[in-house]
Design a protein around this ligand. Structure first.
Ligand code: HEM
Length: 184
């Protein structure tokens, strides 16, 4: 289980283009973001640091996992010079639900996976879990895409925020990032 650190400060491969507080307590603005394995994260001063781990799926069915695998795009594509980091915390009422109730809200009512699949493979994604490692958020959601797919990504985010699932989101910060690397 590799633990990753998202470190906002003066250094890092990503320039922070915007930090928007969607709900709950905001995060302070910073110039750049570094994403590194926590084991090699520098102990230098940072504006903030959030950690998350790549974990197993909770809700996806066998069929959905197959679709996701077939359509997914890898991270670090040279053309994907835009990224988004969206840390999310869900409410106590979400966590008080049973697994089957959460799945029903997530997919049967909100169609999270079905909606998201329409944006693959243009959007590459990685979900990091952090509820169980003593962090302020439950999830760090990470996306990478080419500049020409930025509008589609905003459409996806707006669509998800209008769902039943999002009624259980009590803290959400939306960061947009740009890579300075020249297009290969
Ligand atoms: C790019 C298209 C997307 C696809 C295909 C997608 C798909 C998924 C899937 C399959 C899961 C469940 C994994 C599991 O079974 O545990 C998931 C979880 C999640 N996604 Fe997405 N997603 C997409 C975009 C987004 C966006 C844009 C956001 C944020 C605005 C987001 C936020 C989350 C969160 C917070 C979870 C964890 C939910 C929970 O466990 O309660 N996703 N996503």
């Amino acid at each position: 289980m590799t633990r990753f650190a998202f470190i906002a400060g003066e250094t890092g491969a990503w320039r922070i283009a915007s930090v928007t507080g969607v709900s709950g307590e905001p995060l302070v603005a910073a110039a750049r973001l570094a994403v590194v394995p926590a084991a090699v994260a520098p102990a230098t001063a940072a504006a903030w640091r959030l950690d998350g781990v790549v974990s197993n799926v909770r809700y996806a069915t066998r069929a959905e996992m197959g679709e996701l695998r077939a359509q997914h795009a890898p991270l670090n594509r040279p053309q994907a010079r835009r990224a988004a980091l969206i840390p999310i915390k869900k409410s106590d009422s979400w966590w008080a639900l049973a697994q089957d109730e959460r799945r029903a809200i997530f997919e049967e009512q909100s169609h999270h996976t079905a909606l998201g699949l329409k944006y693959l493979p243009q959007i590459a994604r990685q979900l990091y879990h952090c509820r169980d490692i003593d962090q302020p958020f439950d999830f760090l959601t990470w996306f990478e895409y080419a500049p020409e797919h930025a509008a589609a990504f905003e459409e996806l985010v707006a669509g998800l925020r209008a769902t039943q699932e999002w009624r259980y989101v009590e803290r959400e910060i939306d960061l947009r990032l740009e890579s300075d690397l020249a297009q290969v």
